[in-house]
Design a protein around this ligand. Sequence first.
Ligand code: ZN
Length: 290
Amino acid sequence: MPATNAKKLLVIDGALGTQMIDRGLRMGDCPDLWNLDHPDKLQEIHKNYIEAGAQVITANTFGANPIKLSDYGLQDRAEELNRAAIDIAKSVCPAGVLVAADMGPTGKFLPPVGEGSLEEFAESFEIQAEIIKKAGVDLILIETMYDLREALVCLKAAKKTGIPVYVSMTLDRKKRGFFTIMGDEATVCMKTLEENGADAAGANCTLDSAGFVELTPLLKKSLTSVPLIVQPNAGQPVIVEGRAIYEETPEHFERNMKLIIEAGADIIGSCCGSNPEFTRVNAKLAAGRS
Ligand SMILES: [Zn+2]
């Protein structure tokens, strides 16, 4: 099928957590401690994604904000953990491939669901963003945000670094459309992120590629000038012996990613359950357009 336009796509790597679980990360372990304990395994994961064609690799900093780290009593070690992750990614990154620092949610909820406060969230993200700035990366990828208010304070903190910031929400299909679990509507999320200075906006996780075939046109029409990020899960998880198994094949993913690209995705990756074979699909589809 001919490309509908000649624009270039940017290919982001796939899941980090799934790859770490395959290499021994257990439920309840702190994934960020791997930056100190298993740098070799993280290097291997990054190398595999680069070899598969990723143009952006994501450092293992998703949970390395002080509030999230406090779940493991590691809130005072944010500097060491973020720096180690970024150093690991840089150590295997060839010229021409970008290193992204990942910023994920605090894991706490704002009222009325929880008792978190925007002030404490802002402080936590500012600490992490400042460390990321000092360590030096090509871009900041804010991912899997389930509350637009939290995404906005994270975006604000990240933007203070002067580094480009991409923001990706996690959205699910409801009767009336696509929403975060906190009830933020998809098109409102995109418009608000763009208005607040995100350098790219979009969605990751929760939905599989078929879900993103439906969601992508909606997100695309909400953005006026910034690129759209799309990172589907590799299917819906099936729990087998206490482990989440994702059953989507790279072939099935490829059929849907073609539709997602035609619908306007500019930056493509994959989320939970994915592996370098999914990145290889994205790289092949991107190469077919250049
Ligand atoms: Zn995910």
